[in-house]
Every structure is written in C-alpha cells, then in structure tokens.
Design a protein around this ligand. Structure first.
Ligand SMILES: [Cu+2]
Length: 234
C-alpha cells in the first residue's frame, strides 16, 4: 500500500515536471479574468436584414442586425466589450484586420491597438469605410471592388462607430485600446482576458444598446477570477 503511494507521488512529481515547459513564459506572472455577460429579460429575436442594394453579393449569406445578439438558451450577450480599466501592458505587435464580407463588418466589434488597421474588401464591390471618430480624425474613404486591402489609422484610444455609406445597414465598432486587456463576448456571452498583471481593477462592460456596467476585480498571479455581468434595457 505504502509502496504504491510512493510510486503514485513520485509519478505525479515526474508528470508535474513534464508539464512545466507548457506554462507560458511571457506574462506568466499574470492572472485571468473570465466570465459571462447576460441579458436581464426575455431575449429579443434576432432581426434579419434584407439587402436593398447589390443583392447578388449581399444576399449570398443571411445578414442580421447585430446591435443586440442574445443567446436564447443562456441569455448570453454577444459583442459586449469587457475592459480592465487603468491596466498597463503592451500589445504583442500584431495589427488588427477588419473584413467587409457579404456586406457586413467582420467582426462586428473589433478590438485593435492604436495604429494602422487593415480593412479588407472580400465582396469585390464598392464599400465605403466611414468612421465616426472624435479623438481621432474621422475617416470617410471609398474602397472600390478592385481594392482588396487598405489601411486606416487610429492613433488614440477610442470607441469608434463605423458605417458604410453604400450599404446603410452595415454597422460596426472598432475599440482602439492602449493595452491588450480587453475581451469581446462570444455567442454565449463568454469572455476571457489573460495575462493581466496582478492588482485590483475596475472592470467595465460596454454594449452598444445597453450601455455600461462596472465591477471591482482582484487579479492574482496564476489564478482565474470569475465575473458575471447582467445588462438590461434602460
Ligand atoms: Cu458597404
């Protein structure tokens, strides 16, 4: 019995050593904030959009009004932005990319570091990238069908509403943030922000039709703190 125990413990130790190299070296001192953003109330039905223009391209896939997407079963809200207020940290250097695909912005909400963003046009028809930015100069630039790729720049952190003047239903958001500790909720309303430097922060959630809500969180190295938000119509 005792012999088995020793083997068991030793085995566990060896396995533990074996598993060590898989722990990420960079940001290992950080913690994780994970959670869910839910809708308080009956989930609204998703509204389909019937394209009124360029129907051959825009009508190839179903497009929806994504201003409030709530999962029927879990009430999780998609496209809510959760950010760690006042956190400091560097982005990994990769730039962000936004696609205009089937006459919708993909993703609907894009988180980006300050700097240049690549705008793709997968539709091969004319789009027009129009930003309603205030801290950054507003951009209003046509992207003809032949221009598969163009760059736009947002130097300052800002929550930017974007539109296309050719297709009035096209709507999206670019969240330009100085640090990478920002998460966007998935179709179940879940988010995960990793490698956050330990500390106590205000965590803010924002959703385009429901506004903001805040919570205090304490992040500890190597641990995951769980947070649940509930948003309702005002
Ligand atoms: Cu367009």
């Amino acid at each position: 019995m005792r012999k088995n125990m020793v083997i068991f413990v030793l085995g566990g130790f060896v396995l533990g050593l074996w598993a060590l190299p898989s722990v990420p070296a960079a940001g290992a001192a950080g913690g994780t904030i994970a959670g869910v953003v839910k809708y308080a109330g009956d989930p609204p039905a998703l509204k389909k959009i019937a394209p009124t223009k360029d129907k051959k391209v825009c009508g190839k896939a179903l497009i929806y009004d994504e201003s409030l997407v709530v999962d029927k079963a879990t009430k999780g809200i998609q496209w809510a932005v959760v950010s760690v207020q006042g956190a400091k940290g560097k982005w990994d250097g990769k730039g962000a990319t936004l696609d205009q695909n089937r006459c919708a912005f993909r993703p609907h909400v894009l988180v980006a570091p300050p700097g240049k963003i690549t705008i793709l046009n997968s539709d091969k028809i004319l789009h027009n990238f129009h930003s309603y930015s205030k801290k950054n100069p507003p951009i209003n630039r046509a992207q003809p069908g032949f221009r598969k790729k163009m760059k736009v720049e947002f130097k300052k952190g800002e929550l930017v509403k974007i539109a296309c003047d050719v297709h009035p239903w096209m709507a999206g958001w670019i969240v330009v943030t100085d640090h990478p500790y920002v998460g966007v909720t998935d179709e179940k309303g879940s988010f995960k922000i990793e490698n956050v430097p330990p500390g106590t922060y205000t965590l803010e959630v924002w959703q385009e039709t429901l506004g903001t809500s805040k919570k205090k969180v304490t992040v500890k190295a190597g641990e995951t703190v769980k947070v649940a938000f509930e948003l309702k119509k005002k």
